[in-house]
Design a protein around this ligand. Structure first.
Ligand SMILES: *Cc1c(COP(=O)(O)O)cnc(C)c1O
Length: 463
C-alpha cells in the first residue's frame, strides 16, 4: 500500500500551474541595455544622420517612453503605481508545465510555458499598451494613433486608451482586417476609429496605393500612416506595439514573473523561446533570464527567437540601418532587416509579418547571445493543433511558431536522452483566428519559400 507521504510527493511532482500572489508581481521593469556588453548602436535622425535625441523623438512618442528608449544606464525602472494597479487586473499570468504535450511527444524534456493569453485582450500586448497610454495622459496628450497587424496590439491599445481617457485612431493592415474581421470590431467596441492600410486618408497611404493599388498592406505601411497622422494632429502621439526598446522594457514583466515561477517549479530553463515579429514578447520572456547569462551565473542558457520562414530577418536578413516603416518616415534603426519595402507573404501570423527586428535584439543576435530559427507555416499550425489537443488552449498563429520551436527542441532532447528544461512564451490565444485553423484543417494553407534573389533585391539599396 502506498503511504500518504508517497501520494503527496506524486502531487508535488505533478504540479502543473505556478501562480504568484499580487505582492509578488514585479514593481520594476528590467532594462537590459544597462547590462549589455556591447550597447546597441544609436538610432539616427534620418535628416541629419546624427544620433536621435529625446527631444527629437518626443515629437512622435510620449516623452517618458523616449527617455526609456535611450536609457543605457539604469538597470531597473519603476513601474508607475497606476500601471501596476492595472497590471494586477490580470497579472501574474500562469506558468504552466505542459505535461500533456510532453506525453504526446514522448519526450524526456520538461516543457513549460508562460501563458500571456489569459487577459481579456488575449495577448501580451496589453503589458506595453497600459504604460504607453498612461505616460501620454500624464503628459497632457489627448489622442493616440497606432498601427496593427492581426489586431492584437490595436485591441490592447484601444482598451488602454479608453481607460486612460484618450481617443485612439488605429491603422490596421488591410489583409489582416479581412482575415480577422472580429479584431476591428473589438477595437471599435473599445471606441477606437479603425482604418484599413494602405488607405487614401494619408499622403503615405496614397503614395503606396499609387505604386501598387492591390497592396495588401503590411505593418510597414500602417506605421507610415499612423506616424503621419500623429505628426499632423495637435496633441496627438504615436504608439508602437513592438520593435522599440521601451516596448521590450515593458514586456520584461513576463520574464521577471517567469523567473520566480520557475524557481517555484524548482528548475531553471536550458532553453528560452519566443516567437518573433519585432521582438517584444521574445524580449519579455528572454531578457530577465539573459541577465544571468551576462553575470556568468547561468552562462549556457540558449535563447531562441522563432520567426516565419517567409519573413526571416533574423536568419537571412542583413544587419544595417533601415527605416521602421514602408514610406521611410521613422528614424533609422540599426537592425537585422529584409528591407523596409519587403512585402511578406500573406501568412496568418499577422504579428510576425514585419521586415525588421528591434535594435537590442539585433545587437544580441550579432553578439551571439541568441539565435533565430525559421518555421514554415504548415509546421507552425501542426504544432498549434497538437498543443490545442493536449493542453486545451488554441494558440495564436504567431505563438504557434514558438510552440513549433519548443517541439523541435524537445524532440532533439529526446533523441539525445536529455532532461532538457524548455520554457516558451505563449504570447496569445487564437480564438479570433479560427479562419486560419479552419483553412489548415481543410488543407487550404501552404508554405511560402523565399528566394535569396528576393531578399537581395529588397536589401541592396538600404539607406
Ligand atoms: C504582436 C504579436 C506577436 C509578435 O510581436 P512581438 O513584438 O515580436 O512579440 C506575437 N504574438 C502575438 C500573440 C502577438 O499579438
Amino acid at each position: 500500500m502506498q503511504s500518504k507521504y508517497h501520494f503527496y510527493t506524486i502531487i508535488m511532482k505533478k504540479q502543473k500551474k505556478f501562480v504568484l500572489t499580487d505582492d509578488q508581481v514585479p514593481t520594476q521593469w528590467y532594462n537590459i541595455q544597462a547590462d549589455m556588453p556591447n550597447k546597441p548602436l544609436p538610432i539616427l535622425n534620418p535628416a541629419t544622420r546624427e544620433p536621435l535625441t529625446v527631444d527629437e523623438m518626443s515629437h512622435i512618442f510620449a516623452r517618458e517612453c523616449c527617455v526609456q528608449e535611450l536609457d543605457q544606464e539604469h538597470r531597473w525602472i519603476d513601474i508607475p503605481q497606476e500601471v501596476l494597479e492595472k497590471y494586477r487586473f490580470y497579472r501574474s499570468t500562469p506558468l504552466v508545465r505542459a505535461y500533456e504535450l510532453e506525453k504526446a511527444l514522448g519526450t524526456t524534456a520538461h516543457i513549460y510555458f508562460k501563458n500571456e493569453s489569459t487577459n481579456p485582450l488575449g495577448s501580451h500586448k496589453i503589458n506595453s499598451a497600459l504604460p504607453q497610454c498612461y505616460y501620454c495622459r500624464e503628459e497632457g496628450t489627448t489622442n493616440v494613433t497606432t498601427e496593427t497587424g492581426a489586431g492584437q496590439w490595436g485591441a490592447a491599445l484601444s482598451y488602454a486608451a479608453k481607460i486612460f481617457g484618450l481617443d485612439a485612431a488605429v491603422f490596421q493592415v488591410r489583409i489582416s482586417m479581412s482575415q480577422k474581421p472580429y479584431r476591428s470590431s473589438i477595437m471599435r467596441t473599445f471606441g477606437a476609429v479603425v482604418t484599413g492600410s494602405p488607405s487614401m486618408s494619408t499622403r503615405a497611404g496614397k503614395d503606396i496605393l499609387t505604386v501598387d493599388p492591390q497592396h495588401p498592406g503590411s505593418l510597414g505601411t500602417a506605421i507610415s500612416e499612423a506616424v503621419e497622422l500623429a505628426t499632423q494632429t495637435p496633441n496627438c502621439k504615436y504608439t508602437l506595439g513592438s520593435v522599440l526598446n521601451h516596448v521590450s522594457l515593458h514586456q520584461t514583466v513576463i520574464g521577471l514573473e517567469a523567473e520566480k515561477q520557475m524557481e517555484m517549479a524548482g528548475e531553471y530553463p536550458d532553453v528560452v523561446i519566443g516567437c518573433f515579429g519585432g521582438g517584444s514578447n521574445f524580449s519579455g520572456i528572454a531578457f530577465p533570464f539573459m541577465r544571468h547569462t551576462f553575470s556568468g551565473e547561468h552562462p549556457n542558457t540558449r535563447f531562441i527567437a522563432a520567426e516565419p520562414d517567409s519573413c526571416p530577418k533574423l536568419t537571412r536578413g542583413v544587419f544595417h540601418y533601415d527605416f521602421g516603416d514602408e514610406a521611410g518616415l521613422t528614424p533609422l534603426l540599426p537592425m537585422f532587416t529584409l528591407g523596409h519595402s519587403f512585402k511578406p507573404a500573406n501568412i496568418h501570423a499577422g504579428g510576425l509579418r514585419y521586415h525588421g527586428a528591434g535594435t537590442i535584439v539585433s545587437q544580441l543576435l550579432k553578439d551571439g547571445y541568441m539565435t533565430g530559427v525559421d518555421i514554415p507555416q504548415l509546421e507552425s499550425f501542426e504544432a498549434g493543433m497538437l498543443f490545442a489537443r493536449t493542453e486545451g488552449i488554441i494558440p495564436a498563429p504567431e505563438s504557434c511558431h514558438a510552440i513549433a520551436a519548443a517541439i523541435r527542441e524537445a524532440n532533439d532532447a529526446t533523441a539525445k536522452g536529455e532532461e532538457r528544461v524548455i520554457l516558451f512564451n505563449l504570447s496569445g490565444h487564437g480564438l479570433i483566428d479560427m479562419t486560419a485553423y479552419e483553412q489548415y484543417i481543410n488543407g487550404d494553407l501552404q508554405n511560402y519559400s523565399l528566394s535569396s534573389e528576393t531578399i537581395a533585391a529588397n536589401t541592396h539599396d538600404l539607406p
